[in-house]
Design a protein around this ligand. Sequence first.
Ligand code: PEP
Length: 262
Amino acid sequence: MKKVWLGSSWKMNKTNEEVGRYCQLIKPHLSNLSADLQTFLIPPFPYVKQVETALSETRCLAGVQNVGWASSGPYTGEVSVDMAKDIGASLVEIGHSERREWFGETDATVNKKVILSLNTGLRPLICVGDTADEKCWGVSAESIVRQVKIALHGVSAEQVTKVLIAYEPVWAIGEHGIPASTEEAEMGLAAIRSGLTTLYDSEIAQSVPLLYGGSVNIHNAKMLLRQPNIDGLFVGRTAWQPEGFARLIQLVTEVIEEQAYA
Ligand code: PEP
């Protein structure tokens, strides 16, 4: 069975104390995970080491929410891929729509960051998504496949097996997001899978974990995960409290068990 991925980015939230409490409360839920489940948490930079250390005996990876597009140099305020690795990250979230909207991230900078991450031994989690306008114009698939193709420009067939891709419709994420239906989520990820097949081949395309993100909650998590092209869930608000993440772990485990006996 393919591994199922479940993770959360905390965005710019939490204090030192809240991070300590979160790790303490979530740890027991991570200790007996199904071998088919891989979890991850992506805290703000200052807490990555803390999370990685606190959860080091569990199957929960720590990641960073961004990296610089250069490996070092005069880039005030940036954090390099080597620095991310030094603080215990094994994943790098790249191209989240909030970074595209507010911090000048482009498809070209996403591509630079993906290449640097792979060359440093970090797994990029590339986020792509269509806007509400693109959805309305009927060009969602074209838009997200285009983002994927540029993000993976120059990435070899061997390297791409280390990449994760999250389809996060811009209209579905955050407080004002409208959750995608299971059909919409599956359609987006099927389009990405087919784009990967064109770029590489179908075996490689199948090996790249494709995640859905955008208003995932305890009511839609199971239905989403049952879709053929959804290999995992990337969650914001529902997983920001340990109780929410624990509940999602339980629901995802139930789907894994269901599929194992199917
Ligand atoms: C996100 O912003 O990437 C996200 C998935 O957030 P939420 O689950 O809160 O919609």
